[in-house]
Design a protein around this ligand. Sequence first.
Ligand SMILES: Nc1ncnc2c1ncn2[C@@H]1O[C@H](COP(=O)(O)OP(=O)(O)O)[C@@H](O)[C@H]1O
Ligand SMILES: [Mg+2]
Length: 218
Amino acid sequence: MVFSQELITIDENLFLGQGVQRKCYLHPQNHGLCVKILNSPQSKSQIRRIKSEIDYFKLLIKKNMFFDFIARYFGAADTNLGRGHVFETVRNYNGQISKSLDKILEDETFLSKNYNKIFTALIEFKNKLYDNAVVFRNTSAQNILLKELSGGAVKFVLIDDLGTVNFIAFEYYFKFLAKIRFKRYWDRFITMIETHNKKPSALKFAKDLREDFIKHFS
Ligand SMILES: Nc1ncnc2c1ncn2[C@@H]1O[C@H](COP(=O)(O)OP(=O)(O)O)[C@@H](O)[C@H]1O
Ligand SMILES: [Mg+2]
């Protein structure tokens, strides 16, 4: 799946963020899009992981499954920094880049003021992933962005950690397997939130997430 045959010229002014494996830049001609490029294009494990994510996106596209809680994928493109993949940039209604959940959990003032709507949005996000049997993996709060909509509503959008590197991805074809897998990774995600955050509202957030998990999955 190719986004464009033209070479995209990236410069550091377009830098958006960096994860463990990839750097993300705004698309120079369209800031509604961003381009992700591997930090180490020679690393076999990085290539495998990215390939599995892209394969999963292709499968979702083939099945006509487009979700508003996952940043959309548009295809591969070559850049001056190597092969990249083009995604939707997650932005708030006012154009600002959406903040990640880990930043929200560190911001005691913002979280305490908006606690209920943020917590409810994360539970809705979780329910949608689960109900649609989305195959995701070990994710962290850095990879879930809080999109602020006009009128004060919010929703979460996943930007990373889709698919599985398992050799045969049975989860892609059997919903019940995807759901079993989901529970395992959501449990790990909550554990990460429980251990990484110490501020009062973040601690309450972790506790409430755990209660929701016990109520729905145990
Ligand atoms: N769709 C997006 N919209 C806005 N920012 C993004 C998007 N995708 C990635 N980013 C930013 O780039 C960083 C790295 O991207 P990510 O896909 O998480 O790479 P990695 O696989 O290395 O973790 C993110 O933590 C975030 O700051
Ligand atoms: Mg990431």
